[in-house]
Design a protein around this ligand. Structure first.
Ligand code: FAD
Length: 489
């Protein structure tokens, strides 16, 4: 008999799981209460990067004279057109995914799903009466939503979530971004690019304070923010936001995590801004869906527990993506990889997710791309590693592009020379990290990277050159300055 699979949530986790399950011959029902594509397509990856493309182009045009191009006047933003383009990009993707689902004969239901038991889901469609879907296996891909602060909840006007910030009616003259993680930093460059005065407030000691992101990437990013007059405060928290008719007054106090006496004892700062964007993390969508009654294991914040096969404590019920919370990795490509794993296992495979080699991409200016272990993490795990850095300013292609800020850093096992981590901040770092990911995944050595001929002049040459440098024979560093930046080629 054909296996029946129900998938709740059609983000990059759920719709990818649906396609794989259908490819494997299952009868698939995919339930989504909002738009297909989830946060990633509608409120996350795609809209942010569409807007960033415009602000990057504008920044490029405004420095065109450096590249020998004279443009009369300055480039300015047409917000209506920009929002329309964002919508068009989303619609093109949405249409594509719906066509794919149709071609694989996935039954797509638009409505709110409620889990009755491991085999039955009740769907309340936008129009018409409720339906009951019966299946053999269930995949929960319900994702996440912006986490609000109790002290000043989202109102869509003065206090914005990341979703509100992507539906701009007007560019704010000033904005305070609460949280200097990936989403906060990406928005800082977006709003600065749109012309807003930006203040970022981060509770921990550095921007992008994620264990997988190298500290030196944070340092370069902080320097680049300063260059663009993006103000940031670390070791601080926004304690209060008083809402006024046309602005908000925020009180910025020492963070409870701050240990420096200078910060701890400093008086609170007051900042008046037009808007506040809260980007302090994500909240689970999984509460109140009937999962508690099912006895499904969840933590007190509603994040679902799943094993490496993506199966929950209830046999035949799988969970993937953001619904697993920060204990796993909350990224679109991870949700999709987990979706493939869950779909295959639901149909009899025995696959396990490997979280060791997951790239992250941060779309700031310059971009950040990281994979594998940082030097600190590797040492904390008892690994004997060494690292090497190559600055982009020594690379021909970076000079050609006029984008010389940043570096490539590699971390390798001291004895075997195997790469355990690659950390890039610089032009196109989010694309460059693909080579680093493959290298770490395949267990490549410094010698492998150095002896792979790279096309010239390209940015990936930085990976080859840093490997040469780590092997003690950098081609583009003068003998006496080997260990410093190269002289370019
Ligand atoms: P989601 O995308 O959250 O999808 C879950 C879906 O389930 C939603 O559509 C929801 O409506 C639906 N749902 C929930 N409950 C029910 C129910 N009861 N019935 C029916 N449907 C239901 N990640 C990257 O990798 N790269 C990036 O550049 C990136 N940028 C981001 C930028 C922003 C501003 C944000 C907020 C996130 C970004 N992310 C990025 C993270 C990425 O969007 C998420 O990791 C990804 O969307 C998670 O996919 P998912 O399928 O698990 O869940």
């Amino acid at each position: 008999m054909t296996a029946r699979i129900t998938i709740l949530g059609a983000g990059p986790g759920g719709y990818v799981a649906a396609i794989r399950a259908a490819q494997l011959g299952a009868e698939v029902t995919l339930i989504e209460r909002d738009n297909i594509g989830g946060v990633c397509l509608n409120w996350g990856c795609i809209p942010t990067k569409t807007i960033k493309t415009t602000t990057d182009l504008m920044a490029g045009l405004n420095k065109a004279s450096e590249l020998g191009l004279e443009i009369e006047g300055r480039a300015t933003v047409n917000l209506d057109r920009l929002m329309r383009r964002k919508k068009e990009v989303i619609e093109a993707q949405t249409t594509g995914i719906l066509k794919l689902l149709k071609s694989y004969k996935v039954r797509y239901l638009r409505g709110h799903g409620h889990v009755l038991d491991a085999q039955r889901v009740r769907v309340e469609p936008a129009t018409g009466g409720p339906l009951e879907i019966v299946s053999d296996k269930l995949i929960l891909a319900t994702g996440s939503r912006p986490l609000a602060l109790k002290a000043f909840p989202f109102d869509g006007r003065r206090i914005l979530s990341s979703s509100d910030a992507l539906n701009l009616q007007k560019i704010p003259a000033s904005i305070c971004i609460v949280g200097g993680g990936v989403i906060g930093c990406e928005f800082a460059f977006i709003f600065a690019g749109l012309g807003s005065r930006v203040v970022v407030v981060e509770a921990l000691a550095r921007l992008l304070p994620l264990p997988g992101i190298d500290q030196e990437c944070s340092k370069v990013l902080e320097r680049e923010m300063k260059k663009r007059r993006i103000q940031f405060l670390v070791n601080r928290v926004v304690e209060k936001a008083e809402i006024m008719e046309d602005r908000a007054r925020v009180t910025i106090a020492a963070s409870p995590f701050a240990d420096e006496p200078k910060v701890k004892n400093a008086p609170p700062l007051l900042e008046e801004v037009e808007t506040v964007l809260v980007s302090i993390g994500r909240d689970s969508n999984a509460r109140g869906l009937g999962l508690e009654a099912l006895g499904l294991e969840m933590d007190d914040r509603g994040w679902i527990a799943a094993d490496a096969r993506m199966e929950t404590n209830i046999p035949g019920v799988y969970a993937i993506g953001d619904a697993l919370g920060p204990a796993k990795v909350m990224l679109a490509h991870v949700a999709s990889a987990e979706g493939l794993t869950a779909a295959e296992n639901a149909l009899g495979a025995g696959r396990e997710m490997n979280y060791d080699v997951i790239p992250s991409a941060v779309f700031t200016t310059p971009e950040v791309g990281c994979v594998g272990l940082t030097e600190e993490l590797a040492r904390a795990r008892g690994r004997d590693v060494r690292s090497e850095i190559l600055h982009f300013r020594g690379l021909g292609k970076a000079q050609v592009l006029g984008e010389i800020a940043g570096h490539v850093k590699i971390v390798a096992d001291r004895k075997s020379g195997r790469l355990v981590g690659v950390h890039i901040i610089g032009p196109h770092a989010t694309d460059l990290i693909a080579e680093g990911t493959l290298a770490v995944r395949m267990g490549a050595t410094l010698e492998d990277l150095a002896s792979t001929i790279h096309a010239h002049p390209t940015l990936p040459e930085a990976l080859m050159e840093v490997a040469h440098k780590a092997l003690g024979a950098p081609i583009h560093s003068a003998r006496e300055t080997a260990g410093e930046a190269g002289r370019g080629h």
